[in-house]
Design a protein around this ligand. Structure first.
Ligand code: NAD
Ligand code: MLT
Length: 283
């Protein structure tokens, strides 16, 4: 990274794969003033080190929300109807109609953990499938028409047929959906979706709950190690027949990629020229 000569630049724009580590920031020298993330999560940037060096970190948090929301909704519907598994089985020459009998979403309860930009859009869309939406977000008031908000997570676990997480990965959200919750507090057969960040759902606990039949299915777009393919636990989890997995595709649409690129460029212009009419937002 430093080898590409970022000593010469005042600004660095990255997407998700480039890791802006302490070493990269050290190697950047004194000219670097801002690291800009074209996307939401800044977990690929050492924000503390940047802050200590007086380097501003900005992001483009809203540009891919609808894309991430739409992927989440398609994972929920795919889980209910085993779409990927049925497709794979037919491609392999089998006609297994009984094996892939699913459930209707109408009348089922969806728990949405985190009602920020993405969670609230998921809630809205899935309510139009006839799902009852329970929400939990300690930082928000009761302001979403499609969601019944609960005050404590323990009110939510025994009622949910599907759980989807939309929080950042922070110390207090790590293993928010823990093995214990899946094994002891949720309905038998609950299905879990994580298109937020790997680690919000405890991956070891999830595998255990799937193997015990306590969890009926899981859809994962994100993993605690990415790519997850050489991690033994994650490989086993992905290979489980009731798991649907995608390679961190939440923001991978034409529209989202253009939007985050524009948003981050506008923010950089706002920094350089405060009279430009563009505004700073994000982190
Ligand atoms: P956001 O900041 O708008 O919303 C997050 C919400 O989580 C906030 O309202 C916050 O109050 C809430 N929250 C914090 N701690 C909580 C807790 N303990 N329990 C319940 N709620 C809690 O974030 P967003 O833009 O909606 O993004 C949500 C997640 O999706 C982030 O992890 C983000 O990195 C991820 N994301 C993934 C993709 C993808 O490609 N899969 C794309 C975009 C965003
Ligand atoms: C994000 O944080 O913006 C998403 O996870 C998408 C990405 O990183 O590409």
């Amino acid at each position: 990274m430093c080898g590409v000569g970022c000593q010469e630049y005042s600004g660095l724009i990255v997407r998700s794969e480039t890791k802006v580590t302490a070493q990269v920031l050290e190697g950047a020298g004194h000219r670097l003033k801002v690291v800009a993330r074209a996307g939401t999560g800044v977990d690929n940037i050492d924000v503390q080190q940047a802050t200590d060096k007086g380097i501003l970190v900005i992001n483009a948090p809203g540009g891919n929300s609808i894309s991430a929301c739409e992927l989440t909704c398609s994972l929920i519907t795919s889980l209910a109807r085993h779409v990927p598994q049925g497709c794979q089985s037919l491609k392999e020459g089998r006609w297994e109609r009984k094996m892939y009998r699913g459930v209707e979403l109408a009348g089922k309860t969806l728990a949405v953990l985190g009602l920020g930009r993405i969670g609230r859009e998921v809630a809205l869309r899935m309510s139009h499938f006839g799902m009852h939406i329970l929400g939990y977000d300690p930082c928000l008031g009761q302001d979403h028409p499609a969601v019944v908000q609960v005050e404590h997570l323990d009110e939510l676990w025994p009622r949910a047929d599907f759980i989807t997480v939309h929080t950042p990965l922070l110390p207090h959200t790590t293993n928010l959906v823990s093995g214990e919750v899946l094994m002891k507090k949720c309905k038998v057969g609950v299905a879990v979706v994580n298109a937020a960040r790997g680690g919000i759902v405890d991956e070891g606990g999830l595998l255990e709950a799937l193997e015990a039949g306590r969890c009926g299915g899981a859809a994962l777009d994100v993993f605690s190690v990415e790519p997850p393919t050489s991690d033994p636990l994650l490989s086993k989890l992905i290979a489980h027949p009731n798991v649907i997995a995608t390679p961190h595709l939440g923001a991978s649409t034409e529209e989202a990629q253009k939007r985050v690129a524009l948003e981050i460029a506008e923010q950089l212009i706002a920094l350089v020229d405060p009279n430009s009419g563009y505004k700073l937002s994000g982190v």
